[in-house]
Ligand binder design. Structure first.
Ligand code: NAD
Length: 249
Protein backbone atom coordinates (compact mmCIF):
# COMPACT_ATOMS: atom_id res chain seq x y z
CA UNK A 1 0.00 0.00 0.00
CA UNK A 2 1.05 3.57 -0.62
CA UNK A 3 1.96 5.17 2.66
CA UNK A 4 2.57 8.64 1.26
CA UNK A 5 0.06 11.43 1.75
CA UNK A 6 0.67 13.03 -1.65
CA UNK A 7 -2.39 14.92 -2.79
CA UNK A 8 -4.12 14.71 0.59
CA UNK A 9 -5.46 17.87 2.19
CA UNK A 10 -4.95 18.08 5.96
CA UNK A 11 -6.30 20.50 8.55
CA UNK A 12 -4.61 20.68 11.96
CA UNK A 13 -6.24 22.69 14.74
CA UNK A 14 -3.94 24.29 17.28
CA UNK A 15 -1.34 23.79 14.57
CA UNK A 16 0.86 26.73 15.56
CA UNK A 17 2.42 25.11 18.64
CA UNK A 18 3.43 21.87 20.34
CA UNK A 19 1.81 18.64 19.17
CA UNK A 20 -0.21 20.40 16.46
CA UNK A 21 2.88 21.97 14.92
CA UNK A 22 4.69 18.61 14.96
CA UNK A 23 1.67 16.97 13.26
CA UNK A 24 1.54 19.73 10.63
CA UNK A 25 5.26 19.28 9.88
CA UNK A 26 5.04 15.48 9.73
CA UNK A 27 1.96 15.47 7.48
CA UNK A 28 3.60 18.00 5.14
CA UNK A 29 6.80 15.92 5.08
CA UNK A 30 4.70 12.97 3.80
CA UNK A 31 3.31 15.12 0.99
CA UNK A 32 0.04 16.46 2.41
CA UNK A 33 -1.08 20.05 1.78
CA UNK A 34 -1.57 21.38 5.28
CA UNK A 35 -3.86 24.06 6.69
CA UNK A 36 -2.53 25.33 10.02
CA UNK A 37 -5.60 26.46 11.98
CA UNK A 38 -4.97 28.47 15.12
CA UNK A 39 -6.10 31.53 17.07
CA UNK A 40 -2.41 32.53 17.07
CA UNK A 41 -2.35 34.28 13.68
CA UNK A 42 1.40 34.94 13.47
CA UNK A 43 2.35 31.44 14.67
CA UNK A 44 0.01 29.83 12.14
CA UNK A 45 1.28 32.07 9.32
CA UNK A 46 4.95 31.35 10.12
CA UNK A 47 4.46 27.58 10.10
CA UNK A 48 2.25 27.64 7.00
CA UNK A 49 5.00 29.60 5.22
CA UNK A 50 7.62 27.07 6.31
CA UNK A 51 5.50 24.18 5.02
CA UNK A 52 4.16 25.77 1.84
CA UNK A 53 0.71 25.37 3.36
CA UNK A 54 -2.09 27.73 4.35
CA UNK A 55 -2.79 29.51 7.60
CA UNK A 56 -6.33 29.77 8.91
CA UNK A 57 -6.71 32.22 11.78
CA UNK A 58 -9.68 30.94 13.72
CA UNK A 59 -10.99 31.13 17.25
CA UNK A 60 -12.47 27.68 17.77
CA UNK A 61 -14.54 29.06 20.64
CA UNK A 62 -16.68 30.77 18.01
CA UNK A 63 -18.89 27.71 17.71
CA UNK A 64 -21.68 29.52 15.83
CA UNK A 65 -19.28 30.24 12.98
CA UNK A 66 -18.05 26.62 12.99
CA UNK A 67 -21.64 25.37 12.73
CA UNK A 68 -21.96 27.12 9.36
CA UNK A 69 -18.71 25.72 7.91
CA UNK A 70 -18.09 23.29 5.10
CA UNK A 71 -14.57 21.85 5.08
CA UNK A 72 -12.75 20.45 2.10
CA UNK A 73 -10.13 18.22 3.74
CA UNK A 74 -9.14 14.54 3.74
CA UNK A 75 -7.36 14.51 7.09
CA UNK A 76 -8.65 16.38 10.14
CA UNK A 77 -6.50 16.57 13.27
CA UNK A 78 -8.55 17.85 16.22
CA UNK A 79 -5.75 19.01 18.48
CA UNK A 80 -6.36 22.50 19.94
CA UNK A 81 -6.71 22.39 23.70
CA UNK A 82 -6.22 24.26 26.94
CA UNK A 83 -5.92 23.19 30.55
CA UNK A 84 -7.32 24.59 33.79
CA UNK A 85 -6.63 23.07 37.18
CA UNK A 86 -8.98 23.78 40.12
CA UNK A 87 -11.19 21.85 42.52
CA UNK A 88 -14.78 21.41 41.30
CA UNK A 89 -16.27 23.69 43.95
CA UNK A 90 -13.99 26.52 42.77
CA UNK A 91 -14.26 25.80 39.04
CA UNK A 92 -15.96 28.70 37.25
CA UNK A 93 -18.97 27.41 35.26
CA UNK A 94 -18.06 29.74 32.39
CA UNK A 95 -14.54 28.26 32.28
CA UNK A 96 -15.98 24.74 32.27
CA UNK A 97 -18.21 25.63 29.29
CA UNK A 98 -15.28 27.29 27.48
CA UNK A 99 -13.10 24.16 27.77
CA UNK A 100 -15.96 21.90 26.66
CA UNK A 101 -16.62 24.23 23.70
CA UNK A 102 -13.00 24.22 22.53
CA UNK A 103 -12.18 20.57 23.18
CA UNK A 104 -15.47 18.79 22.46
CA UNK A 105 -18.00 20.99 20.65
CA UNK A 106 -15.45 22.41 18.18
CA UNK A 107 -14.17 18.92 17.21
CA UNK A 108 -17.81 17.83 16.71
CA UNK A 109 -18.50 20.83 14.49
CA UNK A 110 -15.33 20.36 12.44
CA UNK A 111 -16.03 16.66 11.94
CA UNK A 112 -19.59 17.60 10.94
CA UNK A 113 -18.22 20.14 8.45
CA UNK A 114 -15.65 17.72 6.97
CA UNK A 115 -17.67 14.50 6.61
CA UNK A 116 -19.71 15.39 3.49
CA UNK A 117 -16.48 15.98 1.52
CA UNK A 118 -14.88 12.83 2.94
CA UNK A 119 -17.97 10.73 2.17
CA UNK A 120 -18.05 12.08 -1.38
CA UNK A 121 -14.38 11.06 -1.85
CA UNK A 122 -14.72 7.71 -0.10
CA UNK A 123 -11.74 8.59 2.08
CA UNK A 124 -11.24 10.44 5.34
CA UNK A 125 -9.08 10.36 8.42
CA UNK A 126 -10.21 11.96 11.68
CA UNK A 127 -7.43 12.05 14.27
CA UNK A 128 -8.44 13.28 17.70
CA UNK A 129 -5.65 14.29 20.05
CA UNK A 130 -7.11 13.10 23.32
CA UNK A 131 -4.99 12.34 26.40
CA UNK A 132 -4.45 9.65 29.00
CA UNK A 133 -7.11 11.76 30.69
CA UNK A 134 -9.56 10.62 28.01
CA UNK A 135 -9.35 7.18 29.59
CA UNK A 136 -8.41 7.87 33.21
CA UNK A 137 -9.31 10.73 35.50
CA UNK A 138 -7.18 13.07 37.53
CA UNK A 139 -8.40 15.27 40.38
CA UNK A 140 -8.81 19.02 39.78
CA UNK A 141 -9.13 18.65 36.00
CA UNK A 142 -12.94 18.31 35.79
CA UNK A 143 -13.40 20.18 32.51
CA UNK A 144 -10.32 18.73 30.80
CA UNK A 145 -11.13 15.14 31.81
CA UNK A 146 -14.81 15.57 30.87
CA UNK A 147 -13.94 17.04 27.47
CA UNK A 148 -11.40 14.31 26.69
CA UNK A 149 -13.76 11.52 27.80
CA UNK A 150 -16.42 13.09 25.56
CA UNK A 151 -13.97 13.23 22.67
CA UNK A 152 -13.39 9.47 23.04
CA UNK A 153 -17.14 8.88 22.61
CA UNK A 154 -17.42 11.28 19.69
CA UNK A 155 -14.48 9.58 17.98
CA UNK A 156 -16.10 6.15 18.29
CA UNK A 157 -19.48 7.36 16.99
CA UNK A 158 -17.68 8.98 14.03
CA UNK A 159 -15.94 5.65 13.38
CA UNK A 160 -19.27 3.80 13.35
CA UNK A 161 -20.96 6.27 11.02
CA UNK A 162 -17.97 6.80 8.73
CA UNK A 163 -16.71 3.23 8.30
CA UNK A 164 -18.72 2.37 5.21
CA UNK A 165 -17.63 5.64 3.58
CA UNK A 166 -13.88 5.01 3.93
CA UNK A 167 -13.61 7.36 6.91
CA UNK A 168 -11.69 6.29 10.01
CA UNK A 169 -11.72 8.07 13.36
CA UNK A 170 -9.25 7.45 16.15
CA UNK A 171 -7.86 8.99 19.31
CA UNK A 172 -4.25 9.39 20.38
CA UNK A 173 -3.81 9.41 24.15
CA UNK A 174 -0.47 10.90 25.11
CA UNK A 175 0.99 11.17 28.58
CA UNK A 176 3.10 14.26 29.32
CA UNK A 177 4.48 15.64 26.04
CA UNK A 178 7.35 18.12 25.84
CA UNK A 179 5.40 21.18 24.64
CA UNK A 180 5.29 24.84 25.78
CA UNK A 181 2.24 23.91 27.91
CA UNK A 182 4.15 21.24 29.83
CA UNK A 183 7.43 23.16 30.01
CA UNK A 184 5.54 25.95 31.75
CA UNK A 185 3.97 23.43 34.17
CA UNK A 186 7.44 22.07 35.02
CA UNK A 187 8.85 25.56 35.61
CA UNK A 188 5.82 26.52 37.76
CA UNK A 189 6.11 23.38 39.90
CA UNK A 190 9.87 23.88 40.33
CA UNK A 191 9.26 27.44 41.56
CA UNK A 192 6.37 26.36 43.78
CA UNK A 193 8.32 23.57 45.51
CA UNK A 194 11.74 25.27 45.34
CA UNK A 195 13.29 22.26 43.58
CA UNK A 196 15.18 21.85 40.28
CA UNK A 197 13.13 21.11 37.15
CA UNK A 198 14.78 17.68 36.79
CA UNK A 199 13.43 16.79 40.21
CA UNK A 200 9.91 17.88 39.19
CA UNK A 201 10.15 15.48 36.27
CA UNK A 202 11.51 12.60 38.35
CA UNK A 203 9.35 13.04 41.45
CA UNK A 204 6.11 14.51 40.15
CA UNK A 205 5.52 13.87 36.46
CA UNK A 206 7.31 10.63 35.65
CA UNK A 207 6.82 8.57 38.81
CA UNK A 208 4.41 6.21 37.03
CA UNK A 209 6.13 6.25 33.64
CA UNK A 210 8.05 3.09 32.67
CA UNK A 211 10.25 4.90 30.16
CA UNK A 212 11.00 7.82 32.53
CA UNK A 213 11.00 10.63 29.99
CA UNK A 214 8.51 12.99 28.40
CA UNK A 215 6.90 12.06 25.10
CA UNK A 216 8.30 14.15 22.23
CA UNK A 217 5.71 15.94 20.02
CA UNK A 218 7.31 14.28 16.97
CA UNK A 219 6.46 10.86 18.42
CA UNK A 220 2.77 11.79 18.59
CA UNK A 221 3.02 13.19 15.06
CA UNK A 222 4.53 9.96 13.80
CA UNK A 223 1.52 7.98 15.07
CA UNK A 224 -0.84 10.59 13.60
CA UNK A 225 0.72 10.35 10.12
CA UNK A 226 0.43 6.58 10.23
CA UNK A 227 -3.25 6.86 11.22
CA UNK A 228 -3.67 9.23 8.25
CA UNK A 229 -2.17 6.75 5.79
CA UNK A 230 -3.84 4.13 3.59
CA UNK A 231 -2.11 1.45 5.70
CA UNK A 232 -4.33 2.28 8.67
CA UNK A 233 -7.66 1.77 6.88
CA UNK A 234 -8.78 -0.96 9.29
CA UNK A 235 -7.82 1.01 12.39
CA UNK A 236 -10.90 2.91 13.50
CA UNK A 237 -12.76 3.60 16.72
CA UNK A 238 -9.46 2.99 18.49
CA UNK A 239 -7.59 4.86 21.21
CA UNK A 240 -3.80 4.57 21.20
CA UNK A 241 -2.01 5.46 24.40
CA UNK A 242 1.49 6.90 24.05
CA UNK A 243 2.51 7.41 27.64
CA UNK A 244 5.72 5.47 28.19
CA UNK A 245 3.78 2.76 30.04
CA UNK A 246 2.07 5.13 32.50
CA UNK A 247 -1.38 3.56 32.10
CA UNK A 248 -0.05 -0.02 32.07
CA UNK A 249 0.11 0.05 35.88
P1 NAD B 1 0.06 24.00 23.08
O1 NAD B 1 -0.40 24.97 24.10
O2 NAD B 1 1.50 23.90 22.77
O3 NAD B 1 -0.74 24.24 21.72
C1 NAD B 1 -2.12 24.43 21.70
C2 NAD B 1 -2.48 25.27 20.49
O4 NAD B 1 -3.91 25.45 20.50
C3 NAD B 1 -1.85 26.67 20.52
O5 NAD B 1 -1.21 26.94 19.30
C4 NAD B 1 -3.03 27.57 20.77
O6 NAD B 1 -2.89 28.87 20.17
C5 NAD B 1 -4.17 26.77 20.13
N1 NAD B 1 -5.46 27.22 20.66
C6 NAD B 1 -5.80 27.42 21.96
N2 NAD B 1 -7.04 27.93 22.03
C7 NAD B 1 -7.50 28.06 20.75
C8 NAD B 1 -8.71 28.54 20.17
N3 NAD B 1 -9.70 29.05 20.94
N4 NAD B 1 -8.85 28.51 18.84
C9 NAD B 1 -7.85 28.03 18.06
N5 NAD B 1 -6.67 27.59 18.54
C10 NAD B 1 -6.50 27.58 19.88
O7 NAD B 1 -0.56 22.59 23.56
P2 NAD B 1 -0.06 21.08 23.34
O8 NAD B 1 0.61 20.67 24.58
O9 NAD B 1 0.61 20.90 22.02
O10 NAD B 1 -1.48 20.33 23.34
C11 NAD B 1 -2.16 20.04 22.16
C12 NAD B 1 -3.24 18.99 22.45
O11 NAD B 1 -2.64 17.82 23.00
C13 NAD B 1 -4.30 19.45 23.46
O12 NAD B 1 -5.57 18.99 23.05
C14 NAD B 1 -3.88 18.75 24.74
O13 NAD B 1 -4.96 18.49 25.59
C15 NAD B 1 -3.32 17.44 24.17
N6 NAD B 1 -2.38 16.79 25.09
C16 NAD B 1 -1.23 17.42 25.48
C17 NAD B 1 -0.37 16.77 26.36
C18 NAD B 1 0.91 17.40 26.81
O14 NAD B 1 1.53 16.85 27.73
N7 NAD B 1 1.34 18.50 26.23
C19 NAD B 1 -0.69 15.49 26.82
C20 NAD B 1 -1.86 14.89 26.40
C21 NAD B 1 -2.71 15.54 25.52
Amino acid sequence: MDNSLNGRKALVTGGASGIGAACARALAARGAKVVVADVDASGAAALADELGGTAWTVDLLDVDALAALSLDCDILVNNAGIQKVAPIEEFEPAEFRRILALMLEAPFLLIRAALPHMYANGFGRIINISSVHGLRASAYKSAYVSAKHGLEGLSKVTALEGGEHGVTSNCINPGYVRTPLVEKQIADQARLHGIPEAEVLAKVMLTESAVKRLVEPEEVASLATWMASDDAGMVTGASYTMDGGWSAR
